[in-house]
Design a binder for this molecule. Structure first.
Ligand SMILES: Nc1nc2c(ncn2[C@@H]2O[C@H](COP(=O)(O)OP(=O)(O)OP(=O)(O)O)[C@@H](O)[C@H]2O)c(=O)[nH]1
Ligand SMILES: [Zn+2]
Length: 363
């Protein structure tokens, strides 16, 4: 076995680089490109990047391009040309909708149509998976490997990385220990670690549920604001507590606490979405203006964890039919959907109505 990092490990290293503002080199169809996450771009790096020659573009999603009133010629992606005199705040404003209403962008923005966009799409995928705004400054390189070597940059070969990014990351148990809780004294917390070095996820097992019968289960996505701070903007905190209480009362259950904050966009982006909601956009529109899909979660994770724990059938506490469908599609039978309607109030009524109207949540 080699001591050098595998492709999966290099992808994770690239995520860390991108979060710090360090460029990453992607190679594949169309040669090679240098990528910097727009959110953390600074003037010094932009100046260095310009010295390499060529015209950088900002790769954004079609959702963000629609907000910027620019056509997305590459389907789900648009490549916006960055003028030679563009400043860092100007580039950031293309990526970040915070000031869209106060200072509408001065157009017209020019989008590239020629050439492949596969590496641009990959760049967006990488910055997104690093929980940054989905926008990347991308510069085509004539000699990508030489630029990477000269500057000690991480290189990701997309031919090797692509399949890795598409598959569900395997998760492995790390430790478990007894955890008596107010809702259930017979609790146990299991920690699972993904193989790609990403965030750990937790399972709370209540009682000793039989593995050969459907278990009362909940897939709960992390919500720091609701679960911990008691936010009234969503129903997550009351749902978490009600699910544990129901499992405690019945003597058995399993609650997966999945670290997919903000439907998979991370807390910083969720707070950006909240700020847009204060400007009048609903939860789905806010995600789109930021450049995200409505829901960026990978629900395959829930089925992997359940199967890893030996469960193959569940009675699922949820109002979200996508969770039911994704479990079924990934080898966990949902014998019953158990509705979980709690915590509705003045501050979250519109949020819940939008989820029902636009995201298919059941009332
Ligand atoms: N992006 C975004 N995420 C939000 C917002 N409000 C809550 N969330 C996140 O939405 C997720 C809600 O998770 P869950 O309660 O497990 O899922 P759900 O899709 O509502 O389905 P059920 O509760 O099972 O019916 C959490 O990750 C929250 O952090 C919002 O306005 N924007
Ligand atoms: Zn919440």
């Amino acid at each position: 076995m080699s001591l050098s990092p595998s492709i999966v490990e290099r992808i994770n290293r690239a995520r860390a680089d991108l979060r710090m503002g360090v460029p990453v080199v992607l190679t594949g169809e169309g040669g090679g490109v240098l990528v910097v996450a727009a959110e953390v771009l600074d003037a010094a790096r932009l100046a260095e990047l310009r010295l390499l020659g060529g015209t950088p573009v900002l790769a954004v999603t079609a959702h963000r391009a629609a907000t910027l009133k620019t056509p997305a010629y590459d389907g789900d992606v648009a490549r916006l040309r960055i003028p030679a005199d563009a400043s860092v705040p100007w580039i950031r404003a293309l990526a970040d909708p915070a000031d869209d209403l106060r200072a509408p962008m001065k157009g017209p923005l020019l989008a590239e149509r020629a050439g492949p966009a596969a590496l641009h799409r990959a760049a967006i995928g990488l910055v997104k998976s690093a929980e940054l705004l989905p926008a990347a400054l991308v510069l085509g390189l004539d000699r990508p490997l030489a630029v990477a070597a000269d500057n000690s940059l991480t290189v990701i070969d997309m031919a090797a990385a692509g399949p890795m990014l598409l598959r569900a990351t395997p998760v492995h148990p790390v430790v478990s220990a007894r955890l008596p809780m107010a809702a259930a004294e017979a609790g146990r917390l299991h920690v699972f670690r993904p193989e790609d070095g990403g965030t750990e996820h937790y399972a709370i097992e209540i009682g000793q549920p039989a593995r050969d019968r459907p278990v009362l289960a909940r897939l709960h996505s992390a919500c720091f604001t609701g679960d911990v701070m008691g936010s009234l903007k969503c129903d997550c905190g009351p749902q978490l507590r009600a699910a544990l209480a129901q499992m405690g009362a019945g003597g058995a259950g399993v609650l997966l606490y999945l670290n997919q904050e903000g439907r998979g966009i991370g807390l910083a982006n969720k707070m950006r979405a909240y700020s847009l909601q204060d400007q009048g956009f609903d939860t789905v529109e806010a995600n789109h203006r930021l450049g995200f899909d409505d829901d960026e979660r990978d629900f395959r994770l829930g089925s992997s964890l359940l199967r890893r724990m030996g469960f193959s059938a569940v009675r699922l506490l949820t109002n979200n039919p996508n969770k039911v469908a994704m479990l079924a599609a990934n080898g966990v039978e949902v014998v019953e959907r158990v509705p979980l309607r709690v915590g509705e109030g003045r501050h979250n009524a519109a949020y819940l109505a939008t989820k029902a109207a636009k995201s298919g949540h059941l009332l």
